[in-house]
Design a protein around this ligand. Structure first.
Ligand SMILES: Cc1cc2nc3c(=O)[nH]c(=O)nc-3n(C[C@H](O)[C@H](O)[C@H](O)COP(=O)(O)OP(=O)(O)OC[C@H]3O[C@@H](n4cnc5c(N)ncnc54)[C@H](O)[C@@H]3O)c2cc1C
Length: 409
């Protein structure tokens, strides 16, 4: 594995950092207070810069970049852009909608949806969570009843990122509740389908600029051609979606952490107490060094997860990247609060908003407990999964991911 970014990757990161710093996330303080609103024009600015189609093949309107290049570019975007909510909106759109479409969509579905998702005309959302199915996502109760050349969808999904602004949803429902998780099937549902309604019930603690909502499907008829993948292939589609999402959705948060660390270094070099700058107190410099080490660890895990995705090697690194990045971000923003003292406890710095935003990332794409549980499964520690013979230095290559927990969020 070559750890040095090449020229293309360095240029992309620099370009997206400038985009984020110069053109995105305006009015973040007001929107954070009023909640659930992206800055008008930001989505299109991201589309125009190619962000919405980073991994999508060129023939469908994207840039066709590798997972590793996407990770490096998106870290640059996050380093420039102060709107972490926008970053999560983009991530849900790219990794939980475009990716499964790329991997499981028919040619007709790809041609119909991907160009608009890449050029900013449409927004995607991914809907699996229900009131009774959170971490145990595949215990969902939404149903898909076959009726001639249609399916009739019924159910309620909640906490769906982008729902209020989405044009197309990937909805998971079961074709036969008696089959348990093996009956789960995925569908592409257009926003204007009769019987689909969206409402916003819960106001978020952090990531307040990205809208989310509850989706209700009542006698919602979709043609058979709207099914994504085969019938009963939903658990496989979700498993692949989670591998991509967990590996890459927090890449911009690495950038936010690095921006925060830079700001802490500047503050520690200028704020004086007891006749010297606070950065000269060893407990303070140790704290900032730990922040940097956490960032470096999270970045390495993210790059390794992306590298494995590019090679098509199953591994636990996606879960490790999601776990370490989300938990490190919370610790890092807590440390930043200490570095700034009372100033960090006010809304005049980005610190408290970053902290509230990071809290959500320990829950979305699966809670920290679930990342550990899936990793334990992949390491062969629980009964449902069997570790295959070790084939590589990390011992996880070639493992089976057929068990239920492998698909849990
Ligand atoms: C910011 C954000 C964005 C989201 N976006 C989407 C989206 O776009 N689409 C979507 O479908 N969903 C989305 N979600 C929902 C998310 O996937 C769920 O919140 C998550 O899977 C956890 O489910 P839950 O909230 O019901 O918690 P629960 O499953 O009720 O968990 C509660 C607690 O129990 C623990 N727990 C549960 N099972 C176990 C176990 N087996 N072992 C140990 N501990 C366990 C959990 O770790 C957690 O601490 C989003 C959530 C957030 C916060």
């Amino acid at each position: 594995m070559n750890l040095a970014p090449n020229e293309e990757q360095t240029d992309l990161a620099r370009r997206l950092r400038a985009l984020g710093a110069d053109s995105l996330g305006a009015d973040i303080e007001t929107r954070d207070r009023t909640a659930q609103r992206l800055q008008p024009g930001d989505w299109q600015r991201c589309a125009d810069a190619g962000v919405l189609g980073l991994p999508v093949p060129k023939e469908y309107g994207g840039l066709g970049l590798s997972a590793l290049t996407c990770a490096i570019g998106l870290e640059g975007l996050g380093a420039g852009c102060r709107d972490n909510g926008l970053m999560i909106a983009l991530g849900a759109h790219i990794w939980a909608v475009e990716l499964p479409l790329m991997e499981f969509g028919t040619e007709e579905q790809k041609r119909r949806h991907l160009p608009g998702l890449c050029d900013g005309r449409t927004v995607g959302a991914h809907a699996i969570t229900e009131a009774g199915a959170g971490s145990d996502a595949l215990s969902l109760t939404a149903t898909a009843r076959r009726d001639g050349d249609h399916y009739v969808l019924d159910g309620v999904k909640r906490f769906i990122t982008n729902a209020p602004i989405a044009d197309v949803f990937i909805v998971y429902a079961t074709v036969n509740p008696a089959l348990g998780f093996t009956g789960v099937t995925a569908f592409l549902v257009d926003r204007n389908t009769e019987g689909l309604t969206v409402e916003t019930r819960f106001e978020k603690t952090g990531l307040r600029t990205v809208p989310w909502g509850e989706i209700t499907l009542r006698d919602c008829r979709v043609p058979v051609s709207a099914r994504l993948g085969a019938e009963k292939q939903g658990s496989r589609i979700l498993s692949r979606t989670m591998a991509w999402e967990r590996a890459l959705i927090l890449a911009p948060l690495l950038g936010a952490m690095s921006r925060q660390i830079d700001a802490c270094v500047r503050h520690a070099r200028s704020r004086e107490q007891f006749g010297r700058t606070i950065g000269r107190f060893q407990s303070m410099s140790n704290r900032i060094v730990e922040m940097q080490i956490r960032l470096d660890e999270a970045r390495l895990l993210t790059h390794r997860a992306a590298w494995d995705l590019d090679r098509g090697t199953p591994s636990y690194f996606a879960e490790a990247a999601q776990l370490r990045t989300s938990e490190s971000a919370v610790e890092t923003f807590l440390d930043a609060l200490q570095v700034y003292g009372a100033l960090g406890f006010t809304t005049s710095t980005d610190v408290e908003r970053n902290l509230r935003d990071a809290l959500g990332t320990r829950i979305s794409s699966g809670t920290s407990d679930m990342q550990r549980l899936v990793m334990a499964d992949k390491l062969g520690l629980t009964s449902r999964l069997r570790a295959a013979p070790t084939t590589g230095p990390h011992g996880a290559a070639g493992i089976t991911t057929g068990g239920r927990h492998a698909h849990a969020r």
